[in-house]
Design a protein around this ligand. Structure first.
Ligand code: IMP
Ligand code: MG
Length: 177
């Protein structure tokens, strides 16, 4: 695979340690509960697969896909459900698992949508947060890393569907497809 021009932002080791920490924290906070992890496709799959293996809880998982970004690396703000949950989440403890919070529009939409289905609780875990880019306020309950306003790829995150399989997280310096 041709490697794009990038700067490494977070190494595999750094990511692994932080994901373990997050999982420990969630394990403590949800002791005695059976939360449902809702993974937001596609970017959060790599994070979910590591995170869930470090959780010491009887979790269930489900997937949801929404679209807010086109081919361009900017937010359009228009959100559609591309794939809905299979599970009924009424009265369940829900944890949304997201790759990155940028404007906050995606999570805001997801939060409202899922809250309308009457879960017992709803929290958000994100691997990355770009707090400088917020268009709407959103409460993130667990965050792996706050990062600067740069476009990043790897560990599930893409540019035009590419680079999701890079094992570390890199700042994309050249936007060629
Ligand atoms: P938001 O609605 O602006 O918060 O956008 C969140 C979604 O945009 C994330 O779930 C990602 O799919 C995508 N996104 C935002 N920033 C980046 C980035 O730096 N790299 C790759 N995808 C990103
Ligand atoms: Mg995403």
């Amino acid at each position: 695979m041709p490697v794009p021009k990038t700067d490494i932002l977070l190494t595999q080791q750094e990511i692994m340690h932080r994901v373990k920490d997050l999982a420990l924290q969630v394990t403590r906070d949800y002791r005695g509960k059976k939360p449902v992890l809702i993974c937001i496709l596609k970017g959060a799959v790599v994070f979910l697969s590591d995170f869930m293996r470090y959780l010491q809880l009887p979790v269930e998982i489900d997937f949801m896909a929404v679209s807010s970004y086109g081919a361009a690396a900017t937010s359009s703000g228009v959100i559609r459900i591309l794939k809905d949950l299979e599970m009924n989440i009424e009265n369940r403890d829900i944890i949304i698992v997201e790759d990155i919070v940028d404007t906050g529009l995606t999570l805001n939409f997801l939060r409202e949508t899922l809250l309308s289905r009457a879960p017992r609780s709803l929290k958000i875990v994100t691997l990355l947060d770009k707090p400088d880019c917020r268009a709407v306020h959103i409460k993130v309950d667990y965050c792996g890393f706050c990062i600067p306003d740069e476009f990043v790829v790897g560990y599930g995150l893409d540019f035009n569907e590419k680079y999701r399989n890079l094992p570390d997280i890199r700042i994309l310096l050249e936007f060629k497809s």
